[in-house]
Design a protein around this ligand. Structure first.
Ligand code: TRP
Length: 337
């Protein structure tokens, strides 16, 4: 019964794109099928409020991300799939952790430091200009997400490793102060194999670069976007280098080894860009068609998504309610009788 606990959160501020799928969603869904693992996946919608104060966008993104994971086959009987904001124990734990977390530790957080550096570069008098307590305390909320469930492993992108280290730090401090093994120390898992996909302009596919291909755009739009992927000016007949080519990389992220090898040969034989783009579009479209249909059906039925998430929250709270009772008593906020 000692399953490894794997937990990760998805900040709900954008529309899922091919890069998210290849880098995070696909490996997570696969991992959730491993019976030796108990996985926890959640919509980090409290975190979304730090970056985005547009309620419509936050609400839409939560729905889209939930629909995406379900459409791609997340097994919600296995994985516990929930919204962070449905678990009141998370903000409660955030407070307990804030009270043991050194402010100096937060001063060293990359995201905060970057915001300060920007202010300094811009010559602002106040280095904290425009920086909210949400941004400053972001790592504590994230620590609460992780420690609440005693997660062992936390799959994240490189930019998040520091936050996991901070969660360990905070957990250690709490355990030490209150003299007990209240929290498991989590480990960041950065999948070296998991790919960082290039976007339309060849830079990393990211919503901040505005160069993404959304996973479930309609067929026509998908074709248009694939045609927009930047290629070089080599003519048909001239051999092309697949390894420096975003178009090839996107294809390879979806195709089998044999299919990828075949495309590699076509590059060597000088396939024209128009032809290559058509093939990549056809391939992606064929593979995304079925989940796209499921996605569209789910988006039409938010009540179903709501029910799935409510059930996830119930399962999560079976645990968080008990844990929080213990923690309250631990810090001196227990019941009188
Ligand atoms: N901060 C993470 C990101 O932006 C999302 C996140 C929130 C998370 N809470 C988490 C990831 C807990 C792992 C564990 O990617």
């Amino acid at each position: 019964m000692s399953q490894t606990r794997v937990l990760t959160g998805i900040t709900t501020t954008g529309t899922p794109h091919l890069g998210n799928y290849v880098g995070a969603i696909k490996p997570a869904i696969e991992a959730s099928q491993d019976p030796s693992v108990q996985s926890f996946y959640f919509l980090a919608d409290f975190h979304a409020l730090i970056k985005c104060q547009d309620p419509k966008r936050v609400q839409q993104s939560r729905l889209e991300i939930a629909a995406t994971w379900l459409a791609l086959g997340l097994d919600t009987d296995n994985a516990i799939f929930y919204r962070q904001s449905d678990i009141p124990e998370i903000p409660e734990l955030t407070w307990l952790l804030s009270c043991v977390c050194a402010k100096g530790l937060m001063n060293r957080a990359h995201a905060y430091k970057a915001a300060v550096a920007e202010n300094e570069e811009a010559g602002n008098q106040d280095p904290d200009k425009g920086i909210t307590m949400g941004l400053f305390g972001y790592p504590v909320l994230m620590a609460a997400d992780i420690l609440m469930f005693n997660a062992h492993k936390v799959p994240v992108g490189r930019d998040q490793i520091q936050h996991i280290e901070m969660a360990r730090d905070i957990a250690g401090r709490f355990n030490h102060l209150y003299k007990g093994e209240y929290f498991t120390l989590p480990t960041a898992v950065v999948d070296e194999k998991s790919q960082v996909l290039g976007g339309l302009d060849g830079r990393k596919m990211s919503k901040s670069y505005n160069n993404t291909i959304p996973l479930f755009v309609g067929e026509k739009k998908l074709q248009k976007l694939v045609r927009k992927i930047k290629t070089n000016s080599l003519e048909p007949g001239e051999p092309k280098d697949p390894d420096s080519c975003t178009l090839f990389q996107i294809y390879a992220a979806f195709a089998s080894d044999e299919e990828t090898a075949a495309m590699r040969r076509q590059y060597a034989e000088g396939i024209g860009w128009g032809d290559a783009k058509n093939q990549v579009f056809e391939y992606l479209n064929a593979h995304l068609e079925a989940p796209r249909e499921r996605y569209n059906a789910l988006m039409e039925d938010p009540g179903h998504i709501e029910a799935v998430l409510q059930r996830g929250a119930e399962r999560a709270r079976e645990e968080t309610a008990v844990t929080m009772d213990t923690l309250r008593a631990t810090v001196g906020l227990g019941r009188f009788s």
